[in-house]
Design a protein around this ligand. Sequence first.
Ligand SMILES: [Zn+2]
Length: 471
Amino acid sequence: MNHSQERKFFVVLCILLSVVVIICNLNIKANASNSKISIVLDPGHGGYQPGAVKTYNNIKYSESYMTLVIANAAKEELEKTGAFEVHMTRTKDTYLSIPSRTSLAKDVKAQALISFHINSAGSSATGSEVEIPNKNYRPQLNTEGIALGKSILSELNKLGLKNRGTFTRNSESNNRYPDGSLSDYYGIIRQSKEYNILGIIIEHAFISNKSDVNNYLSSDEKLKALGVADAKAIMKHYNVNSTSISQNQQLNQDNKASNVVQDIELDSDDPNAYSVILGHEMRNNSNINNAMYPIVGTSQANKEQLISYYKSKAVFPDFYSAHDTEVKSLDDFVRIYCQEAEAENIRVEVAFAQMIHETNWLKYGGRVKIDQYNFAGLGATDGTKDSGSFASVRLGIRAQIQHLKAYADKNAKENNLANPLIDNRFKYVKKGSAEYVEWLGQKENPNGLGWATQTGYGNIIRSTINKILQM
Ligand SMILES: [Zn+2]
């Protein structure tokens, strides 16, 4: 090469290098904007399900409010880093079903769904715990759950909260994953795992413990500190540097000195693990609230939940497929329930739970017989068979739904039903006299009206609904 060739070569080289550098830069920028870590934060409960509720000194504390404050604080803290794309399942005091929470996580391709809760048990139980996926089906989610759970518990512990450890809980109704292994107990964890997403539940502190409430739950400031701690743990877990130093750090250090840490790490395979932890066994109570359950409205349970709940306790009778061409299986039976309930804007889980109670899981055995297609003892008190018999499964379900509508909807009229009237006792019901499931029992109904005279009739149905919603 002579000098001019060298110069040309050098210039071309420089141009090429610049192009490479520019392309690389563009790529890095593109990656940076695309590589945010997608996280779903799920404030537990909401709407007519306040979660655990407790009153101290005339101040009412409710879990659904507190979880929202905590999650909002965590969101703010995570977003400051610029590294996370944070999605909230709810931003207001509204009810959301478990499937709608987990499907959001699927839709936004979340790395994790983190559900925020407050625990409740006897008055002495105190501290934080994290529920994580079991080792079945996708064991890496258990491993990651342990790591994230420990990170969160360690940050909460810096605030002074006792570290109760991470826990797994297996299905108690023999629910299975696609590979046949026993599924996780909590729907939020199980459904996340089915989407291959890490789902965990943080139980921050106990609403049932006065000192937990005083130290961590009794003001928005204190609740926000919990959310900031959660966020720090999440950042550490995903190797993201915190850009802001929390003002609570000093406070946390002070609290830490006066607390003894008890790290209880229980192996999920030990069947006795739960009974040894005070309060844990009773944790479910925190999900049962005192708010009454409206009968009218969008169903909170889906078809799959109804099917798996029924299957967990009973076998669908062959009678129906032999006698009703529309019903070849439990699947068809449940589908008809969903369709008929939706047509009248009645919550299907109410009708389905009532059917379970009234027919003893379609085993009958009382006055009503299986060939009457009478799923809720309609007219059974007459003692005459005709008044409580229907021509098909669908018409029997329709009559039940219409009768429920009569009780629950004060505007229900024969001429505004979705389908022609089947329920011949519709006219006897004082419309809107039992808006809530709990009021279906005449003894609990404030006006002494209602579907049945059995003591606690509505409460029995309500407790079945709670079980369905946990599927
Ligand atoms: Zn809860």
